[in-house]
Design a protein around this ligand. Structure first.
Ligand code: ADP
Ligand code: MG
Length: 384
């Protein structure tokens, strides 16, 4: 359902005129597992989005309708349910709860929701739903806050209402994305710069369709511990260095004898990936797309060999991707142990690229990948 159809659908169901809001999904180009070290990452908002048609109500009800789930719920704003974690409406109610915690009043409203961000495919449909919700409810209530603050409140909704320990990147880029650009996000300062993605390029996201059980906690927890061990060893040597953000690869070499092999390798990935974000931004600003693509391939090696967060299926996808005509570089994106590989591809080569990825991945793994050809997009807003 497109925005016009959504508006018509909402208006005939609610009997009143609607405003329509949108918020995009995202892909992270580089800078993986850098956020809890205060480092940099490089997400781009993509042209897959959640749409919400919204109108005020005269009662104290929040009526939520999902076009995609064919489901509607009514919530009493005076007794907000705190147990909707297993239902799609939890992402919306969590944002209402979080806005109120921050002292922002939420008006009674009807929201009708649809979207084309594939669910659970690693493109962050959840963050786009949260940011679209926040954008709609702030506008209906006559409130205005910065994109960074909205991102933080939506992250709190996902962390503390939904119980998912996610960083702020997804919400941040969904709120603040800029078409034609990637964000260079400083996860410590919560500020960003832009780096241009030329319009003749596509970000092609290939879903391996696997998620290994390592991702369920054990591996994340041990990676985090090892990163903290690396940071602690460096802090003991370098005054003022509290996180890996404050360390260089030279610092890491000096401190190598004082940490486990695992801590050394994980730290080398985090420090170098954060630096690759800054180096990649410079390459984009100079128009050095070849160099940028090589950097992406390097980042994959670092994620695979030092952070040990890849898997055989994603390595297969990455090799297929980086060797196709018109592709500058490919890497595993997201938390790891499965998920998606992102490739930077010439738009005119993208159809052939998708066909090759599908055929070769199927031939090697017997798995059908889902492949999305994306362009960059603006962050959340109201449709006029
Ligand atoms: P991801 O964020 O990677 O897509 P998540 O599991 O974090 O995956 O979030 C997916 C969930 O977000 C869905 O199961 C659903 O509850 C909610 N969601 C996302 N988009 C929509 C939508 N358009 N309508 C209703 N719920 C949605
Ligand atoms: Mg999510």
């Amino acid at each position: 359902m497109n925005a016009t159809e959504l508006k018509t659908f909402h208006e005939s169901a609610e009997g009143t005129s609607a405003r329509v809001f949108r918020a995009p999904g995202r892909v992270n180009l580089v800078g993986e597992h850098t956020d809890y070290s205060g480092g940099f990452c490089m997400p781009a908002a993509i042209n897959f989005e959640t749409l919400i048609a919204a109108s005020l109500r005269a009662d104290r009800i929040l009526k939520l309708t999902s076009v995609d789930f064919g489901d509607s719920v009514e919530i009493d704003l005076d007794t907000l349910p705190m147990d909707r974690q297993k239902h799609w409406s939890g992402y919306v109610i969590g944002v209402v709860w979080s806005l109120r915690q921050a002292g922002i009043e939420v008006p009674a409203a009807s929201l009708t929701i649809t979207g084309n961000v594939p669910l659970g495919a690693g493109l962050s449909s959840s963050a786009s739903l949260e940011i679209a919700t926040g954008t709609a409810l702030l506008a209906l209530g006559g409130n205005s806050i910065t994109g960074a603050k909205l991102a933080r409140l939506c992250q709190i909704a996902e962390n503390d209402y939904m119980g998912a320990p996610v960083g702020i990147m997804d919400q941040f880029v969904s709120a603040n994305g800029k078409a034609g650009n990637a964000l260079i996000l400083d996860t410590r300062a919560l500020t960003f710069d832009l780096a241009p993605i030329p319009p003749h390029l596509r970000l092609v996201i290939a879903n391996s369709m696997v998620k290994h059980s390592l991702a369920d906690g054990g591996a994340y927890a041990s990676r985090r511990r090892e990163v903290e061990e690396g940071a602690a060893a460096i802090a003991a040597y370098k005054p003022g260095a509290t996180q890996l953000r404050d360390a260089t690869l030279a610092d890491l070499e000096v401190c190598k004898p004082y940490m486990s092999v695992e801590a050394y390798k994980r730290s080398r990935h985090v420090i170098s990936d954060s630096q690759r974000v800054l180096d990649g931004a410079e390459m984009l600003r100079k128009g050095d797309i070849e160099g940028f693509g090589e950097m992406l391939n390097d980042a994959h090696r670092s994620y695979r060999d030092d952070f040990e967060a890849s898997c055989p299926e994603c390595d297969i996808l990455q090799v297929i991707g980086q060797t196709q005509p018109g592709c500058y570089g490919s890497r595993l994106t997201g938390g790891g142990f499965g998920g998606c590989v992102v490739s930077v591809v010439e738009a005119e080569a993208s159809d052939a690229f998708v066909a090759a990825i599908k055929a070769e991945y199927m031939a090697q793994t017997s798995i059908h990948p889902e492949v999305y050809v994306c362009a960059t997009a603006d962050g959340a807003g109201e449709l006029s």
